[in-house]
Design a protein around this ligand. Structure first.
Ligand code: FUC
Length: 329
C-alpha cells in the first residue's frame, strides 16, 4: 500500500509525502517538480539518500538539486541551435552557452500538482505549460513529470510532453546522492558501476565535442564497478542498455544499493567538488566530493551532433521517457 499525503511546513511549504509499506518515504515539491527527501530505514535508522537543503528557499537559490531540468538538460553550445533551417537563440547563462534551460529553466517554475493512484503504485503528477518561444524554445509545450513509489521500493520518474511546434526537449532529474545518508561524508568509498563502454568527449567548458570515446583504460571505466575514490566527473556516459540495471551505486557499508534503469540514451554523472564543499546542507556541511549527481538524459549536444541521436520533439511524436530508481537495503 502506497500512501500519498499533501502536507505543508515552514521549510518546504506545500509538499507531498509518498510512503510505502516498507517505510520508504519520498517527499516531492511542486517547486521545480523536485524531489526533496528519499528516506529509507536501514537497521532501524533513517537514511536520506538525496543530498539537498533544509528549505525550499535554499533550493530555489541553488536551483538544480533533485529538480526537473528542462526543457534541455546540459549545455547548448553557443546558446543557439537550428531546427529545420530556423535558428533559435537561447539564454547565455554559462560562459556563452545555455545551461539547464537558461535562467528560467523548468527547475525555477512552480508546477501544478495532482495526486494519483494506479495499481500498486501511487504518487504525484506535475504539469507545466511552457509558452511558445519562452527563453528561445518554440512551441506550446505541455510537460508532465510523474513521480511514483511502489511497495518493491521502486521510485520512478516518468516524463511525457507534447508540443504544437518542433522544439528541443531533453529533460532530466538532477538528483545528487550520497548513500551514507549525509554529504558530510565523501562519496569516495561508494562503488559505482555504469553500463557504458563509451563517454561523450567534452571541451574545457564541458560542452561536448561530438566524439564518442571508449572508456577502456580511462578514468571513465566503471563497466565492472569500482570505488569512485578520487575520480571527479562531469561527463555524459553513453548507456549500452545491454545489462540491467544501467547503473548501480553501493554505499561504503554495502547496506544500500541503488539500481537505476532508464530509457534515456545517456547518463550525465557529476560529482561535487570544491565549489560545493562547505555548503550548509540538510544534515551538515557538504564534504569535498560529498555528492554524486546522476542525470539520465539524451547526450548533451545532440541538437548539433546527429551521431548522438535526436532531441527534437515534434507535434506528431510526443515525448516519453522513464527512469526507475530501485533501492535494496
Ligand atoms: C551538471 C553538470 C554541470 C553543472 C551542473 C550543476 O549537470 O554537467 O557542469 O555544474 O550539473
Amino acid at each position: 500500500m502506497v500512501n500519498v499525503q499533501k502536507l505543508e511546513n515552514e521549510n518546504y511549504g506545500t509538499y507531498y509525502l509518498i510512503e510505502n509499506k516498507n517505510n520508504v518515504r519520498l517527499a516531492v515539491s511542486p517547486q521545480g517538480a523536485r524531489a526533496l527527501d528519499w528516506i529509507i530505514p536501514v537497521d532501524g535508522e533513517d537514511r536520506d539518500l538525496l543530498v539537498g537543503f533544509k528549505t525550499i528557499a535554499e533550493h530555489k537559490k541553488a536551483r538544480y538539486y533533485a529538480a526537473t531540468i528542462g526543457p534541455v538538460a546540459g549545455r547548448i553550445t553557443g546558446a543557439s541551435y537550428n531546427i529545420d533551417g530556423t535558428e533559435y537563440q537561447t539564454q547565455d547563462n554559462d560562459g556563452g552557452n545555455t545551461l539547464h534551460g537558461g535562467f528560467e529553466g523548468y527547475d525555477t517554475k512552480d508546477w501544478a500538482a495532482e495526486v494519483f493512484e494506479e495499481g500498486d503504485k501511487a504518487g504525484v503528477i506535475f504539469t507545466l505549460e511552457h509558452p511558445d518561444g519562452e527563453n528561445g524554445f518554440p512551441g506550446n509545450v505541455v510537460s508532465k513529470v510523474k513521480y511514483s513509489l511502489d511497495d518493491d521500493n521502486n521510485y520512478q520518474i516518468e516524463y511525457t510532453a507534447t508540443t504544437d511546434k518542433p522544439t528541443l526537449y531533453n529533460p532530466t532529474n538532477h538528483g545528487y546522492y550520497n548513500l551514507t545518508g549525509s554529504p558530510v561524508n565523501s562519496i569516495n568509498e561508494h562503488t559505482l558501476k555504469v553500463g557504458a563502454k563509451q563517454v561523450a568527449e567534452t571541451n574545457p567548458d564541458v560542452t561536448t565535442t561530438g566524439n564518442k570515446v571508449d572508456v577502456a583504460g580511462t578514468k571513465f571505466d566503471f563497466v565492472e564497478g569500482r570505488k569512485i575514490s578520487d575520480t571527479y566527473l562531469d561527463d555524459p556516459f553513453i548507456l549500452d542498455h545491454e545489462q540491467t540495471p544501467d547503473l548501480v551505486l553501493t554505499s561504503p557499508d554495502e547496506k544500500v544499493r541503488l539500481e537505476i534503469e532508464t530509457t534515456a540514451p545517456a547518463v550525465v554523472i557529476y560529482t561535487t567538488g570544491a565549489s560545493e564543499a562547505g555548503m550548509q546542507m540538510k544534515y551538515g556541511e557538504m564534504a569535498d566530493h560529498g555528492g554524486i549527481a546522476i542525470e539520465p538524459q539524451g547526450i548533451p549536444g545532440t541538437e548539433k551532433y546527429s551521431q548522438f541521436g535526436d532531441i527534437i520533439l515534434r507535434p506528431e511524436n510526443p515525448f516519453h521517457s522513464k527512469t526507475t530508481y530501485h533501492v535494496e537495503f
